[in-house]
Design a protein around this ligand. Structure first.
Ligand code: CTP
Length: 398
């Protein structure tokens, strides 16, 4: 592939050196276009030696070859990493004041963008609006990841690791083996109101379900993603899919029933509340209204959406469930098998969760069980890698 790597002025530029190295090692032709600001972080000789091609930031070099258009036209893929808040704003506005800007306007290749900035800048409505504009245009946004930032503070804003950017970029040329397949995926954690200011929720970030939806769309499927509460940035890259936002288990049930009616495969990756407060109070519960130092909230069971979808399964439709268990080894497998028997789904993805495992993590480790309880696949790694393994199992089961 002919890959253009745009580098903008952020400290994460040093990690992009490794990304370029990975691309070159994988046999791709890589042309780096740093902005003038990026060169304050990593200099021209580094980019030239690592990419093995001349590097310039200027539209005035190589004029006879119309370099600014040539690079954009030749590119099979454009990656911008790191993408600063400033560069995202420029991309969203279509500014073409430098070689990277002109190249981005001249290309029809897929564009992958890896934002990096401080949490406040990432969360600012201006940045979020720019991200939404770019995503709507089909730009693939990867990250930002959560973690320690340059100032010593923590939060979403770190550029994702070069290996993950590479994985997303290479996925763009994945075979379209889900073309013509309609899928409905649920994700995130539901929230059951106690009163206007409180709810019962869970720690699900929605990352695995979002990765399943992204993977399906990249492989050609028509995707409806029903999303309950998700973590920061989890829904940043939903280009080309229909996203339905829900809050409670009841709303998720309705949305999934609608989505499943036209789906060939249904995946219940959401963490759905098993119980909800019997009645949500219209007024905020106060200590004054309590009987003493204890308060009892009566909970009632919610509908088991997965079991219901299995009951309503159309001929040829495949229903996939998830099982989050605080167990491991044989015990994990046994619990998964019991859940499978209880729910009656076609495939069950079993994963271990704990205080620091599974939920809200970037990676996952799962077993995929077939309807009879046999282990069809074991997958671990990024949530995207796990997502692809689940779709492989779905394709095999169809
Ligand atoms: N699920 C559902 N509706 C619910 C609860 C769970 O559709 N009200 C789905 C989840 O989306 C998941 C599967 O059922 O695909 C298993 O969820 P899990 O929480 O692991 O199991 P539960 O059925 O809730 O059983 P338990 O909590 O007792 O293990």
């Amino acid at each position: 592939m002919f890959v253009v790597v745009g580098v903008t002025g952020g400290i994460a530029a040093y990690k992009t050196v490794h990304l370029v190295r990975l691309l070159v090692k994988a046999g791709h032709e890589v042309h780096v276009i740093p902005t003038a600001d990026a060169l304050r972080f990593v200099g021209l000789p580094t980019w030239e030696s690592i990419s093995r091609h001349p590097v310039t930031t200027s539209v005035h070099d190589d004029v006879p070859q119309v370099r600014h258009v040539a690079l954009g036209r030749s590119a099979d893929l454009v990656i911008v990493a790191p993408a600063t808040a400033d560069s995202l704003a420029k991309m969203a506005a279509g500014l073409a004041g430098d070689l990277l800007g002109t190249t981005l306007l001249a290309t029809t290749a897929p564009v992958v963008v890896a934002p990096a900035m401080h949490t406040e800048m990432w969360r600012h409505p201006a940045t979020q609006a720019n991200i939404a504009t770019l995503a709507a245009r089909g730009v693939h946004i990867v990250g930002p990841a959560e973690g320690e930032l340059t100032g010593g503070d923590t939060g979403p804003g770190r550029m994702v690791e070069p290996e993950q950017i590479l994985e997303v970029a290479l996925a763009l040329r994945r075979p379209q083996d889900l073309a013509g397949v309609r899928v409905a995926v649920s994700t995130g954690g539901t929230r059951e109101p106690i009163d206007p200011v409180r709810y019962i929720g869970n720690r699900s970030s929605g990352r695995q379900g979002a990765a399943l939806a992204r993977a399906a769309a990249d492989r050609g499927a028509t995707v409806t993603l029903v999303a309950a509460h998700t973590g920061d940035g989890v829904l940043a890259d939903t280009a080309g899919m229909t996203v339905v936002r829900v809050g409670t288990a009841a709303e998720l049930r309705d949305a999934m029933r609608d989505a499943a009616a036209a789906a060939d495969a249904v995946v219940m990756a959401a963490a759905v509340a098993d119980y909800r407060p019997a009645a949500a109070s219209d007024a905020k519960l106060t200590k004054e209204s309590a009987d003493g130092p204890q308060r009892t909230i009566e909970l009632v069971e919610t509908v088991d959406v997965l079991a219901e979808l299995v009951g309503q399964r159309r001929p040829g439709q495949l229903v996939v469930g998830f099982a989050a268990e605080t167990a491991h080894g044989d015990e994990l497998l046994e619990r998964g098998r019991r859940k499978l028997a209880r729910k009656g789904c076609d495939l069950l993805v079993v994963n271990e969760v704990g205080w620091s495992t599974g939920f809200d993590a970037a990676t996952n480790d799962v077993l995929v069980l077939g309807a009879d309880g046999t282990v069809l696949a074991a997958a671990s790694g990024s949530k995207r890698a796990v997502a692809d393994a689940v779709w492989d199992a779905v394709l095999a089961a169809r």
